[in-house]
Design a protein around this ligand. Structure first.
Ligand code: ZN
Ligand code: ZN
Ligand code: FE
Length: 742
């Protein structure tokens, strides 16, 4: 991969040993040709394996002996793109240890310089405008190197040899502290100091980071956190917290080994993990949840802020509610100015917006929730190679992907395409990713839903179209994760996706490989009263499910306590023209409302997340079968009627929300395992892929996979590719690629 300093590193070692030749990036790895004395060649080979640069990982070294050509000198060659997507630019990389040491060294010329970087660290994906990767095509173009930086940049022996974003206080970007109306108040170190003082005083400031703006405040100041929530119009959505050191993280959350390694990796995602008690963090950070998201500084600026503030800081995306985050300076003043007391900005432009990545570490498992800054552009091997293509993803949590030959490269998180501002971001992402990878798509893979903005975009392109059913794409993304191309039983549970039959699917049992997918079972369908409103107001799904499985008297009793409009919603649910859905996401909403956990959501997945949180520490109060298996023309039907009746009975008996939630999770998981076991036996399949946004639920995922293991089945779960709609583009790419193979 380019931009990790591997070719300069090879150059330095070759030149030091007096060897001639060249180094280039090839499609399958780096190609080095060296010519010189035997001893020097031997030394070169052993140094190559012993001491690679920090971001490079060498999987294998193959050596071929060639005739000497009498070459002189050593050169770094252009990239040989071969026939796969050339990932010409790596992800943005957190500050390396060598740069951190300089940042803290008062005698260094980059002491406390917030834009320090080298070949091993710094921004990449977010600053590049074109390829080949060179300073002139990055947003550093407007910063001519000073003499000293120029010397480092040109010196093969220097750590900053060909570090494209190299900069120093004399020649590089500069901080500015601004009033909410955009007027500059302070520059450079004084701007930094002003921001630190403001944070310590409990003020709310906008901070320009690597991929966009954050809103920041003191996470230990309850009044400041409440004020931020009020200004951002973000009722309950959790905020992430930035701390300076890993020791600070241990004071806040419980981390297992894998999660800690990922948190501290150069990718620096937000890791969502179980929160400890008495952390000093304001409870308003993550209302109703037992987990919080923490992160370590991913840029020198964040290091200086976190160390300077000396306390945990809220770092939440710089937007109001669900808008795309701000990344352009004028836009930030316009949109964020009214929300903040000041802005800490700088003059290095962000070419492409890139949100923080999020990983969930719970119940001993680590699952990607959002792969964006630090990961994008992320390549994955494709089980079946195919023609050059673009996959445009879904509507919510949108990502796109390009594929060519044997690999697929996924973009950053583009977000919800419902928002008018998302359209431009989506188009920019397509040209950015195609530009960086050199893929010229011949095929475009898309969801079957005609209302998705991404589908409409695909239809505009005039390329070969490949429609991929939503839940097939989910299962395919899980197959990519595990490098599996054979037929599996797929369990796809999510919010909603358009089915092959035009129905609103979301609780599907599929027999899938990468080419095709057949529905062999599903959740019992119920009315979806009120479309999108049913997702935002879980009590509507509770009325729908209650009406489907309980007596009229029981429905009246339960529903009247939830919302006074219940009778009109029940009437809507009973109408023949109200759409029906098999969504397990909506089943979770219904149960959250029936269990008394939440009747109205303020963000996507809110009720389901709280239901899972509520189950922590709860006991299963009844282990009778809660899900009946029925057979219908459409396949095996999972009917949770007995389980819902039990939830309602437990509530009326005064059972705790924890016990009700635990009972529901356990009962549903057992029903799924039994259904899958039956189908696997009938169809002679032994591998089960679990995908869809519902499998962000760590409790359900571990109960189901444990049950499958006991039943002698192999389960494939998500780890690096999000099980939610953020993974859809990868699944679409894998299916389209396999269908167009050969
Ligand atoms: Zn560095
Ligand atoms: Zn300089
Ligand atoms: Fe989905």
């Amino acid at each position: 991969m380019q931009g990790v300093g591997f070719r300069p590193w090879v150059y330095r070692h070759a030149v030091a040993l007096g060897l001639a030749g060249f180094v280039v990036n090839g499609r399958d790895g780096v190609i080095i040709e060296v010519e010189g004395a035997d001893a020097a060649l031997d030394a070169f080979e052993s140094e190559l394996g012993a001491d690679p640069p920090p971001l490079a990982s060498i999987t294998a070294i193959e050596t071929v002996v060639l005739e000497p050509t009498g070459e002189n000198g050593f050169a770094i060659g252009e990239t040989d793109q071969g026939d796969g997507p050339a990932v010409a630019v790596p992800a943005d990389v957190a500050t390396c240890d060598a740069c951190l040491a300089e940042l803290r060294d008062p005698s260094d010329r980059r002491y406390r310089y917030p834009f320090i970087n080298c070949t091993a660290c710094g921004p990449r994906y977010t600053i590049i405008r074109g390829v080949p990767y060179d300073r002139a095509v990055t947003t550093m173009e407007g910063f001519p190197l000073c003499d000293e930086c120029g010397r480092e940049y040109r010196d093969p022996a220097d750590r900053r040899f060909h570090a494209e974003p190299v900069a120093c206080p004399a020649c590089g970007p500069r901080l500015t502290y601004r009033r909410p109306d955009g007027q500059a108040i302070a520059e450079g170190e004084q701007a930094l100091e002003a921001a630190i003082v403001a944070l310590r005083e409990g003020r709310i400031i906008a901070v320009k980071g690597v991929g966009g703006y954050h809103l920041a405040t003191d996470a230990t100041n309850a009044a400041a956190v409440a004020e931020l929530r009020r200004r951002k119009v973000r009722d309950d959505k959790p905020f992430a917290v930035l701390v300076a050191r890993i020791a600070d993280v241990h004071g806040l959350v419980v981390l297992d080994g894998d999660a800690e390694a990922e948190l501290a990796s150069p990718r620096r995602p937000i890791v969502v993990a179980p929160v400890r008690s008495d952390t000093g963090i304001a409870t308003g950070i993550a209302p109703g949840l037992a987990e919080i998201g923490v992160m370590l500084p991913y840029s020198p600026l964040h290091t200086l802020l976190a160390e300077g503030a000396g306390r945990a800081l809220v770092m939440t995306s710089g937007n109001r509610s669900d808008e795309p985050i701000a990344h352009e300076d004028d836009d930030a003043v316009a949109r964020l100015g009214p929300l903040v007391d000041a802005l800490l900005t700088h003059d290095r432009p962000i070419h492409i917006r890139c949100d923080d990545s999020v990983i969930r570490a719970s119940a001993g498992t680590v699952t990607a929730v959002r792969r964006s800054r630090g990961y994008a552009p992320q390549p994955y091997p494709l089980p079946v190679p195919g023609r050059p293509l673009l996959a445009v993803g879904a509507q919510l949590k949108n990502t796109i992907a390009v594929a060519q030959g044997g690999s697929v490269v996924a973009s950053h998180h583009i977000g919800d395409l419902d928002h008018p501002a998302a359209d431009a971001s989506f188009r920019q992402a397509v040209s950015h990713l195609c530009g960086l990878t050199g893929v010229r798509p011949e095929v475009v893979a898309h969801d079957l839903h005609p209302g998705y903005r991404s589908t409409q975009y695909a239809l505009e392109l005039g390329l070969d179209l490949e429609g991929v059913q939503h839940h097939h794409a989910h299962i395919a993304s899980c197959l990519v994760e595990h490098g599996v191309a054979h037929r599996v039983l797929g369990v796809a549970f999510d919010g909603l996706g358009l089915g092959d039959d035009g129905g609103l699917w979301g609780g599907e049992l599929l027999v899938s490989d990468l080419v095709s997918s057949t529905r062999v079972g599903h959740l019992r369908p119920v009315a979806l009263p009120g479309g999108d409103r049913a997702a935002r107001e879980p009590w509507r799904m509770a009325v729908s499910w209650a009406d489907a499985v309980l007596s009229d008297a029981a429905v009246a009793d339960i529903a009247s306590a939830m919302d006074e409009r219940w009778e009109s919603v029940r009437a809507l649910a009973r109408r023949a023209d109200t759409p029906r859905t098999t969504s397990v996401g909506r089943l979770f909403d219904a149960v959250a409302a029936l269990a008394g956990v939440r009747t109205v959501s303020s963000y996507e997945g809110h009720a389901a997340m709280e239901l899972e949180a509520a189950a922590a520490g709860g006991r299963e109060l009844c282990d009778a079968e809660g899900v009946e298996l029925l057979s219908a023309a459409t396949g095996l039907v999972l009917d949770p009627a007995p389980l819902l009746a039990r939830v309602v009975a437990l509530r009326s008996e005064g059972a705790s929300a924890a016990d009700i939630a635990a009972t529901f999770h356990a009962g549903l998981a057992r029903g799924v395992v039994r259904a899958v076991g039956e189908l696997a036996g009938e169809l002679d399949l032994d591998t089960v892929a679990l995908s869809g946004g519902v499998f962000q639920n760590a409790r359900l995922t571990s109960l189901v996979s444990e049950g499958l293991r006991r039943a002698g089945l192999r389960s494939l779960v998500h780890r690096t590719i999000p099980p939610n709609d953020g993974g859809i583009s990868i699944g679409q790419a894998a299916v389209a690629s396999a269908r167009r193979a050969g």
